[in-house]
Design a binder for this molecule. Structure first.
Ligand code: NZQ
Ligand code: ZN
Length: 387
């Protein structure tokens, strides 16, 4: 096992009746800004419940945060936080709203140009307005981590930052808030969480059976619950299961002490930045191609994944790897995902734009992934395998 330092400071209030407990975790007298997205939380009654639970605080609202939250919109929220001397943020929505609130929290107290936060990946953040997260879409794990991904339209770029200062103080995980999600978004959540686990699991062995078994457990749960939660949106137990699995998939626990890849995510971000694909849709294209191209360096864990997650017992190592990649692709396709660029009318001509975008984001001689082997040549091969 690798050395690690692990701390997750986010309190989780989990269940169908936890809203009344949240105000106790917000400083008395703090002016609160509630941030939300395009209005789903207003229409489905979540907002009214949040406001009722904050009745002892002075509350302002900021709506309109888009999927793949935009820097330009968030800077308007930053101005509001500064003008109104806001002391606490509450993000109500999907990962985009929670990520957006993290950026607002850090940018409001940042000395200098806030875009620098993205350029320096959060390393210069020294303080942030405290925030809480009320996720309405189980997917990103943003409610219990210190990461955010922000899009800047005028630069066609999507960038991540992380900082200990933007971990939510608390997260209210109420599975009933997800009942109104359209199937497309639930499927996105399942695939995003599944790939989060794989980015931390499918690397190379470091003798870390605790992390491996946690990761395999989460993958099994996601496979078990996928069909039920899609077919029965108001099945509380299934949604509770999905919600907790998605949170645990990216709250730092399974990634502590093991190598991590994340190259499928970073390549996928360029597909969203250039062509607007949903985040999870990018992963369903890039991950199978990545596993195919990099099967040599991931060989031992791919065989372990085939045996323990997909129950593939027979065949040579290569046959097991083929089966695992095929079953992963088939799982995504069963959930309604295209797993090739051609499914989005993208082809060879678009690959050069994607490669240039990767260079703009990571520099001309980037080297991504757990072994720093995902260079421009390997990224070219990954796009080639995803056509
Ligand atoms: O905007 P509203 O009207 O709220 O509608 C949203 C949005 O259109 C809708 N929605 C959310 N909850 C709903 C609902 N509709 C009905 N009922 C509900 N209960 O869903 C749509 C998509 O929302 P969004 O927040 O964009 O989705 P998601 O949670 O998948 O977040 C995606 C963003 O998170 C980033 C992605 O890059 C992307 O920008 N990620 C963040 C990560 C992190 N912070 O750790 C890690 C991830 O890998 C990911 O990169
Ligand atoms: Zn993701």
């Amino acid at each position: 096992m690798l050395d690690f330092s692990f701390c997750n400071p986010t309190r989780v209030l989990f269940g169908r009746d936890m809203f009344p407990q949240m105000e106790a975790h917000i400083p008395v007298g703090a002016r609160v800004l509630v941030l939300y997205g395009g209005g789903s939380v207003v229409r489905n009654g979540t907002m009214a419940r949040v406001l009722a639970a904050l009745s002892h605080h002075e509350v302002l609202e900021f709506g309109g945060i888009e999927p793949n939250p935009s820097y330009e919109t968030l800077m308007r929220a930053v101005a509001l936080v500064r003008e109104e001397r806001i002391g606490f943020l509450v993000a109500v929505g999907g990962g985009s709203v929670i990520d957006g609130a993290k950026f607002v929290a850090a940018a409001a107290l940042y000395e200098g140009d806030p875009w620098e936060i993205l350029e320096t990946r959060g390393s210069k953040i020294r303080a942030a307005v405290p925030l809480a997260a009320i996720p309405t879409l189980p997917a990103t794990g943003s409610e219990m981590n210190g990461t955010a991904v922000i899009t800047r339209g005028e630069l066609s770029t999507k960038r991540a930052f992380r900082s200990e200062h933007v971990f939510p103080v608390f997260a209210v995980l109420d599975p009933t808030l997800t009942f109104t999600l359209p199937p497309r978004q639930i499927a996105n959540g399942i695939v995003d969480a599944f790939v989060h686990v794989l980015e931390q699991y499918l690397t190379y062995p470091v003798d870390a059976p605790v992390q491996d078994r946690f990761a395999e457990g989460l993958l099994h749960v996601l496979l078990d619950v996928a069909d039920v939660t899609l077919a029965e949106p108001e099945n509380y137990d299934a949604r509770a299961c999905l919600m907790w699995a998605a949170t645990l998939a990216l709250n730092g626990l399974i990634g502590a002490g093991v190598p991590q890849d994340w190259s499928s995510h970073l390549i996928g971000h360029e597909l969203t930045a250039l062509y607007g694909l949903d985040h999870a849709r990018t992963l369903a294209v890039v991950l199978p191609a990545t596993l195919q191209v990099r099967r040599g360096e991931k060989r031992a864990k791919l065989i372990q994944y085939a045996e323990r997650v997909w129950g593939v017992r027979d065949g040579t190592g290569d046959e097991k790897i083929d089966a695992a990649i095929g079953l992963t692709r088939a799982f995504f396709e069963r959930l309604g995902f295209e797993t090739r660029l051609s499914g989005y009318d993208l082809g060879r001509d678009d690959v050069s734009a994607l490669l240039k975008a990767l260079e703009r984001t990571h520099g001309a001689s980037y080297a991504l992934g757990e072994n720093r082997t995902v260079t421009p040549d390997v990224a070219t091969a990954v796009f080639g395998a995803s056509l």
